[in-house]
Design a protein around this ligand. Structure first.
Ligand SMILES: [Zn+2]
Length: 229
């Protein structure tokens, strides 16, 4: 069901999806639709209030989705930096960086096709870049995982299981190094503490004392990155 609220001059429309869950979560998809997942029985007025409270974040995220529209705006993001793209029709597919530009040689200029080429390129370089960074960080802080797996995850940045396996989202390659490093440290610290207790956060803080900045960055840009590709 859809609801509309007016905030200053901006009209915000959002969809409510009732689910069998404990918490309320707000998501913005790449069409800029606002989706509110809520347990059944929550009053609409309460959800309106929540949207108003989160409006700054919602508006900022919408702007980022607009700005970040990958192929249309002829730029791609890598390690938190935008690169201009040059898309050329070719008889082979090849994506590479040359003098601060990302060159996309493609057999088809069709948008969904070039978009897929870019995503494949991201995934390929992500394994090397994130893998190397995770090994470096792990050595630096002397917490060793049994395995580091770079994965395609649509809603989380990373995870750690009881077998000490760390899974990291390939989208970490889109972020500035500092934010990527925070996520790696966060997951490595879960090897010591499988929770988000005070002890866990003080360990994260010990290895990454400006982690709060990275958390803010993720709050402002995370939705855009998840929806980008
Ligand atoms: Zn965690």
């Amino acid at each position: 069901m859809k609801r509309k609220i007016v905030l200053k001059d901006i009209e915000i429309e959002y969809s409510i999806i009732f689910k069998n869950k404990k918490n309320i979560s707000i998501k913005i998809d790449n069409k800029k639709d606002i989706l509110v997942y809520s347990p059944a029985g929550i009053a609409y007025e309460y959800l309106d209030k929540l949207i108003i409270e989160k409006s700054k974040w919602i508006i900022k995220s919408m702007e980022n989705i607009e700005k970040g529209n990958l192929v249309e705006e002829d730029r791609v993001i890598l390690l938190g930096k935008y690169y201009e793209t040059i898309i050329k029709k070719s008889n082979i597919n090849r994506v590479f960086i040359e003098k601060d530009k990302v060159i996309i040689n493609t057999v088809s200029l069709e948008k969904t096709y070039t978009r897929k080429l870019i995503v494949d390129w991201y995934k390929k370089i992500a394994t090397d870049i994130i893998g190397a960074r995770a090994m470096e960080v792990s050595n630096k802080i002397s917490i060793k995982p049994s395995k580091i797996i770079i994965k395609n995850q649509k809603s989380i940045w990373g995870s750690c299981n009881s077998k000490k396996e760390i899974r990291l989202n390939w989208r970490l390659v889109l972020m500035p190094y500092a934010v990527m490093e925070y996520i790696i440290i966060h997951e490595l610290c879960h090897i010591k503490h499988m929770n988000h207790s005070k002890e866990f956060w003080s360990l994260v803080n010990y290895y990454c004392n400006d982690y709060k900045k990275s958390k803010i960055w993720l709050k402002e840009n995370g939705v855009m990155l998840m929806n980008l590709v």
